[in-house]
Each structure stands twice: as structure tokens, then as C-alpha cells.
Write a protein that binds this ligand. Sequence first.
Ligand code: AMP
Length: 186
Amino acid sequence: MSSKRLIFLGPPGAGKGTQAKFLSEEANIPHISTGDILRTAIDTGTPLGQKAQSYVDAGELVPNDLILDLISERLQKPDAQLGWILDGFPRNLKQAQFLDEILKDLNQHSVCILNLEVPEEELVSRLLKRHRQDDNEVTIRHRLEVYHEETEPLIDFYSDRTVHSVNGNRPLQEVTAALKEIVEAS
Ligand code: AMP
């Protein structure tokens, strides 16, 4: 893969985590999932986890001040200097602006923005099958609302760059192949 800094947009249940994991193994670059970081913090009861838990359980975004420093530190680690895949960040405008600032400071200019598209009812049915603690129907619907309100506008935010939209409503391997083709060409 030639492009080594990837941002995954797309709603919950679109397959960002699964695809990011494949691509991260393929390219040998870290898969940075803010959702995974928060879930680990909650499971181990760290101060971050304690502050984040009620938001995650309710399907709300965790406040930016809990996330921004965490991402900044993560992107400065040695293993992130050759590339990374961001999954679940940025999630709102403030986070996207902050990410642009960090990348400018790190002199990392090119990023490949991927957007996985899946119809809403398919998302709900996938999420209901997942059995994660925050995957009950009420929370799922709320997470989708939060996505439309806060995260979907990032497609416009990035409209001065290329946002590569990919149909995520097909077999896993086909989605992976489509993503690899984009990443290799970018
Ligand atoms: P995910 O695994 O990406 O679906 O994230 C699970 C939950 O973690 C979300 O519903 C939010 O509560 C929280 N979360 C993950 N990433 C972020 C983020 N970038 N900003 C705020 N909250 C987040």
C-alpha cells in the first residue's frame, strides 16, 4: 500500500473496524480505534474509562477534551511515524480541525480519506448481531442519529480533499479489495 495514513469515515456498523484491521495487518501500520481505546479504559477502570463510561453506554460522543490529547499523544508515538489507520476519529468538526493541526505540526500532509457506505437498516441489523454492551436497539438508533448530526458533516469538511466513498454493503473480501485498490492508487 502506498498511502500510509488512512482516515475511516462512515456510520457505526459500516465495517470500519474490520476493514481497518485487515489493512493495518497488510501495511504493518497501527490501527488506532478510539472506541477500542475507550472500551479498554472502561474495562480496566482507568480515570479515562470512568469519565467515558456513561457516554459510551448512552451512545453519546465522549467530550472532546477526553479524546483530543489522547489522539495527539498516540500519533506522536514512534510506531505511528510511518503511518496509521484512524477508525472512529475524527467524529465531529472540532476533532477534524484538531487532527489537521496535529498533522501540520507533524509535517504529515497527505492522508487518504475513506468513507464506507451501508444502508441504515443493514447497519441496524449488523449492530444488533454484534452483542457489544452498547449495541442495544435504543443506543444503536441514537448512535446513528449522532453519526448523522456530528460525523456525516465531515464529508463536507473534507470536500477540499478527495473522499473515497466505497460501497460497504457487499461481502467483506470485496470491500477489502476495493479499499486496497484505492489506497494503492492514492
Ligand atoms: P466505536 O467503537 O467507534 O463505535 O465507538 C464506541 C463509542 O465510543 C461511541 O459511541 C462513543 O461513545 C465513543 N467514541 C469513540 N470514538 C469517539 C470519538 N472520536 N469521539 C467521541 N466519542 C467517541
